[in-house]
Design a protein around this ligand. Structure first.
Ligand code: PGA
Length: 255
């Protein structure tokens, strides 16, 4: 059985006191709701600066893990302003998002750079949450499968089976991110099924069955249940709605 995950990508939001109160609120909501019968795991991905506090505040919460939103591909050295996967790992965080469309778009992260980051994250014993997804114009030309195939092939499919088993994939259509426009459950299912088929073709059936594939893009409490009911949708990567404890916890309980 693959793991179901609801991950909160805070992006560049939250001052220190806000980050602390959001995590306290998430913990309170979680306590109120009791155990998650579906065994869903939660990952909170705050900005780098709040990672150590987030790890500390959630260390007694078995359902919650902490991750980063990005990292550099070298372990250390003269790279002013960058943060290495080893540094992230040393805080007790366990995951790193790679290839988010905002990184691809605003910071020009290429397939080749992302391949290096994927390797670096796995070397540092973190789990990559690798994002793929098509912009609107690609969807309008019905070329989304070609693009997703390229994104996975050029940055992920060089991994051997053992390393690939550590990867979580997030399918995030760019036209749905932060726009309030969600992919329909059918559109999400069709892309997730396509991604699972690619894993099958490049590796094997077992790995395809065991890989967690998250949906991201305006996932909210009122649409999460329908999205998560699809057989190949194993949870969500949540942006805006992860900044409100109640919404995030509602999504967490949407399986
Ligand atoms: P959104 O962001 O939920 O605000 O659309 C999702 C993401 O970018 O990961």
């Amino acid at each position: 059985m693959r793991t179901k995950i609801v991950a909160g990508n805070w992006k560049m939001n939250m001052l220190q006191h806000e980050a602390i109160s959001l995590i306290s609120d998430i913990k309170k909501e979680l306590k109120n709701r009791g155990p998650n019968a579906k065994n869903t795991s939660m990952i909170i991905m705050p900005p780098f600066t709040w990672i150590p506090a987030a790890v500390e505040m959630t260390s007694a919460e078995p359902a919650i893990s902490i991750g980063a939103q990005n990292c550099y591909h070298e372990p250390n050295g003269a790279f002013t302003g960058e943060v290495s996967p080893e540094m992230i790992q040393s805080t007790g965080a366990e995951y790193a998002i790679l290839g988010h469309s905002e990184r691809r778009q605003y910071f020009k992260e290429s397939h080749e750079l992302l391949k290096k980051k994927v390797n670096a994250v796995i070397n540092a014993e973190l789990y990559p949450v690798f994002c793929c997804g098509e912009p609107l114009e690609v969807r309008e030309e019905n070329k989304q499968e070609t693009l997703i195939k390229q994104q996975l092939k050029e940055s992920l499919f060089h991994l051997d089976e053992q390393d690939f088993s550590k990867v979580i994939i997030a399918y995030e259509p760019v036209w749905a991110i932060g726009t309030g426009k969600t992919a329909s459950p059918e559109q999400a299912q069709s892309m997730h099924q396509f991604i699972r088929q690619l894993i099958h073709d490049n590796y094997n059936d077992k790995l395809a069955e065991n890989t967690t594939i998250l949906y991201g893009g305006s996932c909210k409490p009122d649409n999460a249940r329908e999205l998560f009911s699809k057989p190949d949708v194993d949870g969500g990567l949540i942006g805006g709605a992860s900044l409100k404890a109640k919404d995030f916890i509602d999504i967490f309980f949407s399986f």
